[in-house]
Design a protein around this ligand. Structure first.
Ligand SMILES: [Fe+2]
Length: 169
C-alpha cells in the first residue's frame, strides 16, 4: 500500500475510537440527566464507531500493513443543556466526514482503487451520520422544550437497537 494512505487509515482507527469515546461520554451525560433513551442512542452510536475502527484495522491487516495503536484523547466537549451533545455530535460528524474525504483524496491521487472502494461505504455512512445528527437537533428543537415532548422523544430514542455494519471485510 501507499505509505501515506496506510498512515492516514492508521490514524483513522484512532479517530474512530475517539468518536466512540466521545459518544460514550454523551451517553454518560444523559444517564446522569435521567434521559435513558438519549443514553441508549449514544451507546449504540459508540458501538457503531468501534465497528468503524475495527473495519479500518481489519482493512490494514488484510493488506499486510502493520497497525500502530496510539493513545485515545479524553472526550472534549462543553457540557451545557440537553441540546449541547446533539450540536457537538453534528459538528463532530462533519469533522469526521472531512477526515474520510482527506483519505479518499490521498487514495485517489495514487490510484489506490481498492481503498477508494472501501471508502465509498464510509462516504455514504457519513452522509447518514450527518443527517441523523441534524434530524435529532430538529426534533429536540421542536419537542425537547416541552416535558411531555421530551418524554416522547426519549422513548423513541430508547427503541434504537444496534445492528452490525453492512460492510464486511
Ligand atoms: Fe465513524
Amino acid at each position: 500500500m501507499n505509505e501515506n494512505v496506510a498512515k492516514l487509515i492508521n490514524t483513522q482507527i484512532n479517530k474512530e475510537f475517539y468518536s466512540a469515546y466521545l459518544y460514550l461520554d454523551f451517553a454518560n451525560y444523559y444517564a446522569s440527566a435521567g434521559l435513558d433513551g438519549f443514553e441508549n442512542w449514544y451507546k449504540v452510536q459508540a458501538q457503531e464507531e468501534r465497528d468503524h475502527a475495527m473495519l479500518f484495522y481489519q482493512y490494514l491487516q488484510n493488506n499486510g500493513e502493520a497497525v500502530t495503536l496510539t493513545a485515545i484523547d479524553a472526550p472534549e466537549w462543553t457540557r451545557g443543556d440537553n441540546m449541547a451533545p446533539l450540536k457537538k455530535a453534528l459538528e463532530h460528524e462533519k469533522y469526521v466526514t472531512s477526515l474520510i474525504d482527506e483519505i479518499y483524496g490521498a487514495a485517489y491521487a495514487v490510484k489506490d482503487f481498492r481503498t477508494m472502494q472501501l471508502l465509498d461505504w464510509f462516504v455514504k455512512e457519513q452522509g447518514e451520520e450527518e443527517k441523523n445528527a441534524s434530524d435529532l437537533i430538529t426534533k429536540m428543537e421542536l419537542f425537547g422544550t416541552d416535558a411531555k415532548g421530551l418524554y416522547m422523544l426519549n422513548s423513541e430514542l430508547k427503541a434504537r437497537v444496534y445492528t452490525a455494519p453492512s460492510l464486511v471485510l
